[in-house]
Structure formats: structure tokens, C-alpha cells
Write a protein that binds this ligand. Structure first.
Ligand code: FES
Length: 223
């Protein structure tokens, strides 16, 4: 599947502009969250994943070089090690993303079930290609590896929601539904995941990840 060469996962490692100044942005509350989380691990570096989620929230939805450096300092880790973790996992954004990040699985099962038809319909409707963000900042489109829900092929992860059995016909409805939501931003998603890592958090949202299907189509077929 040669299209995989164009894959840009959620992290989508790509060269970034260097920031001229190292600007720390962890608030006192964010520092307290990190200390609480880190206290439950035998060594500080073990808290790298939740620390990156905190950073993703504090830095406006993506991890800048300063975010990587601040996490490295806070966890006594080399910057290159933190960047290695951040660039490995597609859930971390190394560059700005749209309010909704649509990650379509194009691995074998989903590909056989028409994942590329869904991707092409999304590209058509959004006017962008895989790896790009719409001008209004609403949507980023990515291809990703198996989302571990093959029985629901074609599957797309959008924030903390899994949409299953997707077809090209459903794409206009899916996008309309996403545009109508006001409570989804990369920062809010990061915050909800940070809370999952805080033992006893009153805002803990264990099991918030949802599997859904797009409601029956009310719009015309994608041309
Ligand atoms: S192949 Fe798409 S979820 Fe597994």
C-alpha cells in the first residue's frame, strides 16, 4: 500500500520552526498535577506520557520545542529522550492541529473495507489532502495505523471518539456533526486525559472514550 508513504500520524513528526526563546508555560496548577502524578511512579521519567499531555494542554494543543524542553527539565530527562517519546506516539501533536483531528485507519482490514474511499471523500469535502489542516482551523486529516477496532472497519478516531463502519456517504453528515460541537478542542482533550492520570481526581473521566456510528445519512451522496 504505497499510500502509506504519505502517512502523517497524529504526531506527524516534521521539522519545526525553532523558537527563539525558551518560554516555560506550566502553570502552578499544572506543576502540582505533574508532581501528584509523578509521586505514584518509582522514578520521575516514568511520568513522561502524562507530562506530555499536560504540556500539550498548557502549550495550546501542540508540543513546541519549549514544551519538550520544559518536560525534560521537570522530569530530569534529556530533551532528545522526551522528543523521542513525543514523536513516537501519534496522539501527541508536534505542530498545530485543527479543532477536530480526523485520523482514519488505513491498515489492512479498514483498507479492504474502503478506508481510502472514506479518505478521498474527506479530502473532497474538506478541500485538503492527508496531513493538512483546513484554513478555518476546524479539521486536520491524517491516516493512521490500526486503531485496534478492526471489527468496526472502516474506523476513524476523532479526539476521544471512535467512529465505526464509516462510508463515503456518511462523510458530509460526520463533518456537519463535528462542526456543530463546541466542546471539543485539542486542549480540552489533553485536559481530560491528564485528569485520567490523577488518582482520585474528581474530574476523572475513566471510560470517556466512546465508540459511535454516524447517524443515518440525511445528506446527498458524495460526488
Ligand atoms: S485495521 Fe483498521 S482498526 Fe484495525
Amino acid at each position: 500500500m504505497s499510500a502509506n508513504n504519505n502517512r502523517l500520524g497524529g504526531g506527524g513528526y516534521a521539522p519545526r520552526e525553532e523558537e527563539p526563546v525558551f518560554e516555560k508555560r506550566f502553570s502552578p496548577e499544572a506543576l502540582a498535577e505533574l508532581e501528584e502524578i509523578a509521586s505514584h511512579y518509582p522514578e520521575r521519567k516514568a511520568a513522561c506520557l502524562p507530562a506530555l499531555w499536560i504540556a500539550q494542554r498548557e502549550y495550546g494543543g501542540h508540543l513546541t520545542p519549549s514544551a519538550i524542553k520544559e518536560v525534560a527539565e521537570l522530569l530530569d530527562m534529556p530533551c532528545v529522550e522526551v522528543e523521542g517519546v513525543a514523536s513516537f506516539y501519534t496522539m501527541y501533536n508536534l505542530r498545530p492541529r485543527g479543532r477536530h483531528h480526523i485520523e482514519v485507519c488505513t491498515c489492512l482490514t479498514c483498507a479492504v473495507c474502503g478506508a481510502y474511499d472514506v479518505v478521498h471523500a474527506l479530502e473532497h469535502e474538506l478541500g485538503i489532502r492527508v496531513g493538512e489542516t483546513t484554513e478555518d482551523g476546524e479539521f486536520t486529516l491524517s491516516e493512521v495505523e490500526c486503531l485496534n477496532y478492526c471489527a468496526g472497519a472502516v474506523v476513524a478516531q476523532i479526539g476521544d471518539r471512535y467512529f465505526t463502519h464509516l462510508t463515503p456517504k456518511q462523510v458530509p453528515d460526520l463533518l456537519a456533526m463535528l462542526r456543530d460541537t463546541s466542546n471539543y478542542t485539542p486542549e480540552k482533550l489533553a485536559d481530560s486525559i491528564v485528569k485520567l492520570h490523577i488518582p482520585g481526581s474528581s474530574q476523572k473521566r475513566g471510560g470517556s472514550w466512546r465508540v459511535e456510528e454516524v447517524p443515518p445519512s440525511q445528506t446527498s451522496e458524495v460526488e
